[in-house]
Design a protein around this ligand. Sequence first.
Ligand SMILES: [Zn+2]
Length: 75
Amino acid sequence: MLKQNKKTIASVLLIVFTLATTIFVFKDNIAEAATHVWQCVNCGKQMSVGGNGHPTSSLGCGGDYNKRHVWQMIR
Ligand SMILES: [Zn+2]
């Protein structure tokens, strides 16, 4: 009887572990699709970009329209 209970507990723990892992991976995927904040390493300008997007290398770094921002994901 005691042996049977231990087996049941092990099974329940395995199910909980599997569920927790699944939820964690699922949450991770949502975070991946969330908005990221990019910052220019030269002038410090910040830009929010959704998903796996990358800011367009827009001109106007430091107010100079001959220079491009150098984006780096900070969040
Ligand atoms: Zn810049």
